[in-house]
Design a protein around this ligand. Structure first.
Ligand code: BJ8
Length: 382
């Protein structure tokens, strides 16, 4: 679909600029951390004087490589990410050049598939695993997570040789909050009816959030907000859809594309490539470690139990964005999101908000069939 938004060019060009920046930083001795999940706080990495890039794979072409090592029946995000690493480390091929840039992977104990993949990673790249309590609302969880974050801080200090002070950490918290507030401003614009921008356009921007440097990303988001606020953009009409579920990592725009090719318009994504990454701020008036532990433990990921917070958030977002329907998106074999679907469906049903559940991988073979189901869903809610 054609776009008239010139600020999106900034994001298209930003990739090469960032790659050059990362190479230069490495040359000068800055440590680069690769991450796979929102639960790893950027603030700690930056406060220790390192940089970070996200390594989550959204592409199909590395999956067959991963399948030589891992079972086929695990989620495509894990296979795609692992395949890129194997390709780079064993084949020397840079199907994804990012792994060559990182000094260490900071992984996290979330779903079983990722946890087990992280046990194999040290054969290819140094890996540190941040542990997470699985019941974030239990009374012991916050202390446990706080201790884990402090341990991680110690690890980062050793890696970089820098001392991680509270003062610098507070500065990084402010910086990350600034990004979160800007994203709120951007997403608020999507509440307009019709929205001024397509969901697929927003997704391509959000997929760069944890790859670009924070100031580089903020510059682009500011420009985009200003353009959407000041230039009267071409309205994007269609049934208003929320996508809720698994992350859509760079390379995977399948769901968003199908919805918009069929005439719907995605107005919000309840996802780690959507609201989950920025909705809540870190409290700037508290001890920075306590504030980080509290905020990060509140990320409503389906790997946590119970996860009432997410169910409530989805209903709230559906109302705030005045959606006509929710497409519940699960990556194939992601049991956490797949099983949580039932509770989400029940909560939405109570509010009379229609929902369509779709489970898919990164391949093309089901595009037509998903299209037929989306067509029928859009017709039903019109
Ligand atoms: S905070 S959603 S980024 S764990 S890899 S859980 S799709 S089976 S990515 Fe995630 Fe952190 Fe949670 Fe977000 Fe399922 Fe696949 Fe596991 Fe996945």
């Amino acid at each position: 679909m054609p776009t008239s938004l010139s600020s999106l060019d900034y994001f298209r060009d930003s990739y090469e600029v960032r790659l050059a920046q990362l190479n230069e930083k490495r040359r000068k001795g800055t440590k680069i951390v690769g991450t796979f999940c929102l639960f790893v706080p950027d603030e700690i990495i930056f406060a220790a004087g390192a940089d970070r890039i996200v390594l989550c794979g959204g592409r199909t072409d590395t999956i067959h490589l991963a399948e030589q090592y891992l079972p086929r029946n695990i989620c495509p995000l894990i296979k795609s990410s692992f395949g890129a690493i194997v390709d780079a480390c064993c084949g020397g091929n840079l199907s994804c050049p990012h792994i060559q840039l990182v000094d260490v992977v900071v992984a996290e104990a979330t779903c079983d598939g990722k946890k087990k993949m992280y046990e194999i990673l040290p054969e290819y790249v140094p890996t540190y695993v941040l542990d997470l309590p699985q019941k974030p609302e239990s009374s012991e969880a916050i202390d446990y997570f706080l201790a884990e974050l402090r341990k991680f801080g110690g690890f980062m200090e050793k890696l970089t040789g820098n001392v991680l002070t509270d003062e610098v950490l507070k500065r990084e918290i402010q910086s990350s909050n600034e990004t979160r507030k800007l994203l709120r401003r951007l997403f608020d614009l999507r509440k307009l009816d019709p929205p001024p921008i397509l969901g697929s356009e927003i997704l391509s921007v959000m997929q760069k959030q944890f790859f670009l440097a924070p100031d580089q990303f903020r510059q682009g988001i500011s420009r985009l907000c200003e353009e959407l606020e000041n230039v009267i953009p071409e309205p994007r009409s269609g049934r208003r859809i929320m996508i809720s579920g698994c992350p859509m990592a760079a390379g995977n725009t399948k769901m968003s594309d199908i919805i918009e090719q069929k005439g719907g318009v995605t107005v919000v994504e309840e996802s780690c490539t959507g609201t989950r990454s920025f909705w809540d701020l870190v409290d700037e008036n508290r001890n920075p470690w306590d504030a980080l532990a509290e905020r990060y433990l509140e990320i409503p990921c389906a790997c946590m139990t119970p996860n009432d917070r997410r169910v409530a958030r989805i209903v709230d977002l559906a109302k705030q964005y005045n959606v006509d329907g929710v497409v519940y998106y699960t990556l194939q074999f992601c049991h956490a999101y797949n099983i949580e679907r039932l509770r989400v469906q029940q909560a939405l049903k109570k509010e009379k908000i229609p929902m369509l559940a779709i489970e898919s991988d990164y391949g093309d073979s089901d595009i037509e069939q998903i299209g037929v189901r989306i067509d029928a869903f859009l017709e039903m809610i019109s």
